[in-house]
Design a protein around this ligand. Structure first.
Ligand code: SPQ
Length: 421
């Protein structure tokens, strides 16, 4: 695909529903008693993989656009699937399923696409094994022999919402109490949804306590727009001349708003308004206007709050005066692709002054860049970040496999080019 270059962007958009919340709404809806109605569900490939896996375990799920109805069968109502559960490109589906399936009275096999088969699953299977789980392999295919689980106290070694959530979900089935200590605060959508559904879960700072739970109450869940998708427009509206974009209905859960903090620290002009709470999750409208950016340092506790936004923040840093240092972000290496290596290699093609480090990258911004033939490595966030980088490059750029944006943002390019004027 040739990346069309826009001169300026203006207008209002609403990004699709939050991917993390959409996954959790289907999973917890399936385990609840009764009917869970989800509005604003993300119809991206990853969340559709989650629906497919639960249908294979006997859960009736109806889809009507972005409204999804899940007919839950209770915590003990899943049926043994007749075939392998295929999770596609979705790390969230794969890892969260491990937590749910470890304590079932049946065996399952999970696998996914080429990228999923390279992503480490030992980070969930090992702590689950301490609870008594019996899971073969540290990479997909995973063979899960359902068994009785017991509660443990576990101190996490990586800042990962997926690891935390897998343990919380297993904790619903485990005898006694499961106590999880996080090293940094990661997204807490599971905890919020489980509390609303009446599970035995408490949080105190970085500690989460889960008790064996008999039943979950079905809910109506309204999914706010995904801040990880809104991030592309925050950067676009900032770097393009004479531009202003309003993004309606964006989830602003504080565990996800690192992008706003980082962009503000770089000099971005971001206004948050119409703040409200929808189904336990805070949401707001966000306006961004053209601004001159300067370099910054991004590391430490903010990293889990903006981990998925780092490729597009790197694109913003290219147009910021001075140097931007991204550190403590080694988790980027185990995403859909190695996002440190992919950003550095692709940005270098455009002449960006960028250096790979052990745990991040250093970008010396504010210098002219040129168009290039970019590769997305089948990674949705890489594809969208490169489309933004190309906007201010001299000359033409192309992007291979642009369709991979469907994983988290079907219709991205329509929304993107729809802002040109
Ligand atoms: O689901 P998947 O493939 O892992 O998706 C990504 C993404 O960029 O969309 C990461 F590649 O998001 C993760 C995120 O990085 C979604 C997620 C969640 O919903 O719990 C948590 C983060 O991963 P982790 O490993 O830090 O827990």
């Amino acid at each position: 695909m040739i990346i069309h270059k826009m001169k300026k962007v203006n207008g209002e958009i609403a990004v699709p529903g939050d991917k993390s919340i959409s996954h959790r709404a289907v999973m917890l809806g399936a385990l609840a008693d009764g009917t869970t109605r989800i509005r604003g569900f993300l119809r991206g490939a990853d969340c559709l993989s989650t629906i497919d896996c639960f249908r294979k375990m006997g859960i009736k799920i109806e889809e009507d656009g972005d409204c999804v109805t899940v007919h839950g069968r209770g915590l003990h109502g899943l049926r043994p699937p007749k075939e392998t559960l295929y999770t596609g490109n979705s790390g969230t589906t794969t890892r969260l399923l491990c937590g749910i399936l470890a304590g079932q009275p049946f065996d399952t096999v999970i696998t996914g696409d080429e990228s999923i088969c390279k992503r480490p699953m030992g980070r969930v299977t090992k702590p689950l094994a301490l609870m008594g789980a019996d899971i073969e392999n540290e990479y997909c295919p995973l063979i899960i022999h359902g068994t009785k689980l017991n509660g443990i106290e576990y101190s996490m070694t990586v800042a990962s919402a997926q690891v935390k959530t897998a343990l919380i979900l297993a904790g619903l089935y485990a005898d006694g109490e499961t106590v999880i200590n996080e090293i940094e605060r990661s997204r807490d959508h599971t905890e919020l949804m489980l509390k609303a559904m009446g599970a035995g879960i408490e949080t105190d700072g970085l500690t989460i306590r889960v008790k064996k739970t008999d039943s979950l109450r079905a809910q109506s869940i309204t999914v706010p727009g995904d801040i990880s998708s809104a991030a592309f427009f925050m950067v676009l509206g900032t770097i393009m001349p004479n531009s202003e974009i309003t993004i309606k209905n964006v989830g602003i859960n504080p565990t996800r708003t690192g992008i706003i903090d980082a962009m503000t620290a770089m000099g971005a002009d971001i206004t948050i308004f119409n703040e409200r709470t929808e189904g336990g999750e805070p949401a707001a409208d966000i306006t961004v206007r053209t601004a001159r950016l300067h370099g910054t340092e991004i590391g430490g506790a903010i990293i889990p709050r903006l981990i998925d936004e780092l490729p597009v923040i790197a694109a913003a840093a290219v147009f910021a005066e001075g140097s931007t240092v991204i550190k403590d972000a080694q988790e980027l290496k185990v995403k859909e692709t190695n996002r440190i290596r992919a950003v550095v290699d692709e940005f270098k093609k455009a002449g960006v002054d960028i250096t790979e480090t052990e745990d991040g990258m250093i970008i010396n911004g504010g210098k002219p860049i040129h168009g290039a033939d970019f590769a997305a490595y089948g990674d949705h966030r890489m594809a969208m970040s490169l489309a933004i980088l190309a906007q201010l490059a001299e000359g033409e750029s192309t992007l291979d496999n642009a369709a991979c944006v469907d994983v988290s943002y079907p219709g991205f390019f329509d929304d993107f080019y729809g802002l040109e004027n």
